[in-house]
Design a binder for this molecule. Sequence first.
Ligand code: GLY
Ligand code: MN
Ligand code: MN
Length: 466
Amino acid sequence: MIDAMSHPTPYAARRARVAAQLGPDAIALIPTAPARPRNRDSDHPYRHDSYFYYLTGFTEPDAWLVLTGDGRSTLFCPPKDLEREIWDGIRLGPEAAPAALGVDEAYSVHELNARLPGLLENRRSLWFPFAIHEGLSARVDGWLQQVRARVRYGALCPGEQHDLCRVLDELRLIKDAGELATMRRAGQISAAAHVRAMQRSAAMLRAGQDVREYHLEAELLHEFRQHGAQSPAYPSIVAAGANACVLHYRAGDAAIRAGELVLIDAGCELDGYASDITRTFPADGRFAGPQRALYELVLASQQAAIAATRPGARFTDPHEAAVRVLTQGMLDLGLIDKGQHGTLEDAIAHRAYFAHYMHRTGHWLGMDVHDCGSYVEPGEVGQPSPRRDPLSGELIQDRPSRILRPGMVLTIEPGLYVRPSEKVPSAFWNIGIRIEDNAVVTADGCELLSRGVPVEPDAIEALMRP
Ligand code: GLY
Ligand code: MN
Ligand code: MN
């Protein structure tokens, strides 16, 4: 059994927790992510698999972790190879891995096929992440065939296979103090990047320069790397004017003009953890009347969602709180037809808000920007109530939403997106607004990790002044 205290990282303790949940006759296989080709002999920047990293802290490609129910851990990793290391960089290598990572044993990844059947033999159950790694179950079958070929010599072949994600997702959903410290720092870096982009926009427009979305994206990247973040956690959205109404817009080369709003949805990844912040600001630093009216509505809806983010609440509570405020505001501002939907309850029941607010108010955040973790309360999965979605006709299995607990991290990101339409006042056409913060559930509410960049319109205008 690993002594978690003998290794000063969280990884050994996590491996021990997983092993304890699998049971004594179990074995688990966790590969990291493959390198992915971009074109010809250039790869995309390498990003490890989040499950693998959670259990090892190891970021090299071509590596596997094998955990057994007795708590032993075996790493397979790239062997030392001077020729390859001259080209691709230093490798840890299996000789150094036990001391560096706290695993019990380590071998060259070239020994994986030879050693796996022996490791699988005589285990009762086998765990690996289902539907994550292409081709993994075929490889597992190949190793199991070799075990089965030995049953006439008394070998036992695992008779059960289980999805390891079920165990790891629950562990990853509750962040520990070290993870929260990293996420707090990621939030600070990303917030500073948003401030920098806002200030650059106003400064360039004051100087009469041609401002493009990519200029602001460059500011974000500068600030991320300047503070040691390895990369953006997802492709940055920098959307000028009407582009903000395209939910998955990327930073392009569109001109940013005085009088328009800019929506930036960007966050860095720091040491494997994501941040995910959206701010919407006037390109030249001054909100016009209709822009401010919609902005204040989105902000009020976000405040309602934040107030609803506390332990014991359901994951859907912040969304429902935001929808109530947004829908009432849309009725008041003429974005929803009062003649058709007389009351707030009627407008919500018919999802009249959906034309201008078509996404959810949040998602789990962690190593992955849309992090793992069930959105259904585990003890209540057996009580679905099927219904037809009134707009799409899709059959929805409503199950009781997850109960929020301290240490869960989620985004709170309401928005409003108004496309040109006869049905809405033209003063609001082409305005897209989202305000997104990152919240950790605490003992009595939530802590926002991303408020190093303000949300109040006056505070945004102040930081954009010379
Ligand atoms: N940036 C991705 C999201 O907000 O969900
Ligand atoms: Mn986002
Ligand atoms: Mn988000």
